[in-house]
Design a protein around this ligand. Structure first.
Ligand code: SDX
Length: 421
């Protein structure tokens, strides 16, 4: 493949290097564009712009392919645990047995959260959205832990990673318990990562709790499927904040806020609210499809469409199968699942959606499983954040180890020319 790209501008020819990724994706390296030509590029939403080179996640939107460090998402979802995938994303390979044992033990040792977090939690109204609480508690982690991370010290950096992975699910479960007015559960040292998460979410003070294999298997799969997704909005936020050499904790707290938006991770909550609205309105999916296609109507089919996937989101396929299994095993007949399947079928046959290559994404079916597992709708995006945490950590680590420059895009000014007061 040609290794240079020619740009002709005002009669002059400029050459720019062409680089190729390990999956042969080509890119024009424009690092010297402005110095050579005085030009910048304009690309709102960065639809055509790569922010970095990364070895962590590969996705092919046209083919519907998603791989973490080379492993396909269905292979990982069916054959590994979430904590193994977290290790894979952060350290580059699946852990050997002794590495996994040490990783899990270290996380257990750091799982206790400072008791003063209960005072912070107590100050929130019960009506507070869990993502707002989680973002605040994660920021508070900074006050109780090193605000910056000495990435040159392998020991300090490893400890910061372990602190986050250990304490995040505790804070997330406490957020849930606070919202429900339930007593907080401490982490259970004898349980695996996902089992312990279920324990902290569901354990009631007046009876024993043992998570069913259905519950742990579904949670494990959902967390793996959400673990990373290359340079999505919240991950780009984590990288951007970290590029100023802000610490790992503040960078993650920023990622939580970006994920909250209904166009991003907040879509899983918006999907269920949309399906409920359709059910309560009589189940007329065609009426809502018409609204989604009407340019004058702000309504969008939540859980549909994707910036990169112009084919099925491979995660949506796995989650759809898991939704059927979980509801079947729990003996739940959820009418919104039928509405979801009807919407999907109609969208796959509708020219508006077909022409724009709008398919169900990761958020379309995940809420149906969370709901079947008894997780409140407002907590769905918190569950997404628990899954995405290792991806954010891995991407932040890569950005800092690659000594990437501070992120600072340019602009094209269209305001007033100089004028006097
Ligand atoms: C996630 O980036 C990631 O990787 C994210 C994520 C991850 O793992 O991190 O995969 C997680 O965020 C999944 C997406 C969850 N969001 C939703 O489900 C919200 C609904 N979807 C849309 O808002 C939209 O599809 C986006 C935000 C996901 C993508 O928007 P884009 O890429 O900016 O596309 P666009 O808005 O320019 O849409 C292109 C066209 C437009 O129509 P035209 O102007 O060409 O006529 O498609 C239309 C849009 O109006 N369109 C939709 C639609 N999504 C796009 N029309 C109706 N319903 C929709 N859902």
């Amino acid at each position: 493949m040609e290794d240079k790209v020619d740009l002709i501008y005002r009669g002059k020819s400029y050459k720019f290097p062409l680089i190729n990724g390990s999956e042969d994706e080509p890119a024009i390296d424009i690092k010297t564009l402005r110095a050579q030509t005085g030009l910048i590029t304009l690309d709102p939403g960065y639809k055509n712009t790569g922010s970095c080179e990364s070895e962590i996640t590969f996705l092919d939107g046209e083919e519907g392919i998603l791989r973490y460090r080379g492993y396909s998402i269905d292979d990982l979802a069916n054959n590994t645990s979430f904590i193994e995938v977290a290790y894979l994303l952060i350290f580059g390979d699946l852990p050997k047995l002794d590495q996994l044992q040490k990783f899990e033990d270290d996380i257990r040792d750091y799982a206790l959260v400072d008791e003063d977090f209960k005072i912070i939690l107590k100050s929130f109204p019960k009506s507070a959205h869990p993502m707002g609480i989680l973002s605040s508690l994660t920021s508070a982690l900074i006050a109780f832990n090193p605000s910056s991370v000495d990435i040159n010290s392998e020991k300090d950096f490893y400890e910061a990673i372990i602190i986050l992975l250990a304490k995040f699910p505790v804070l997330a479960s406490w957020t849930h318990r606070k919202m429900k007015g339930l007593p907080l559960n401490y982490p259970n040292y004898d349980l695996s990562y996902t089992d312990n998460l279920a324990y902290m979410i569901y354990k009631m003070p007046n009876k024993d709790f043992r998570a069913s294999t259905t519950l742990v298997s579904a949670l494990n799969k959902l967390l793996i499927l959400h673990a990373d997704h290359e340079q999505n909005c919240s991950t780009s936020t984590v990288r951007m904040v970290g590029s100023s050499h802000a610490g790992l904790f503040p960078s993650i707290a920023s990622g939580i806020s970006a994920l909250w938006g209904p166009l991003h991770g907040g879509a899983n909550q918006a999907v269920i609210e949309m399906l409920e609205e359709i059910k309560n309105d009589g189940g007329d999916t065609k009426k809502f499809m018409a609204k989604a296609k009407d340019k004058n109507d702000p309504f969008r089919l939540m859980g549909f469409g994707h910036r990169v996937y112009k084919n099925f989101d491979p995660r949506a396929k796995i989650i759809k199968t898991a939704a059927d299994e979980v509801l079947d095993e729990l003996g739940i007949n959820d009418p919104v699942l039928e509405i979801a399947k009807k919407l999907e079928q109609e969208a796959l046959e509708d020219p508006y959606f077909v022409d724009r290559k709008l398919y169900p994404n990761v958020d379309f079916y995940s809420g149906i499983i969370y709901r079947a597992l008894g997780i409140p709708t407002e907590m769905f995006t918190v569950m997404f954040a628990i899954g995405r945490l290792p991806g954010w950590i891995a991407q932040w680590k890569e950005m800092r180890f690659n000594k990437e420059p501070i992120g600072r895009p340019r602009q094209i000014y269209t305001g007033h020319k100089h004028r006097k007061v």
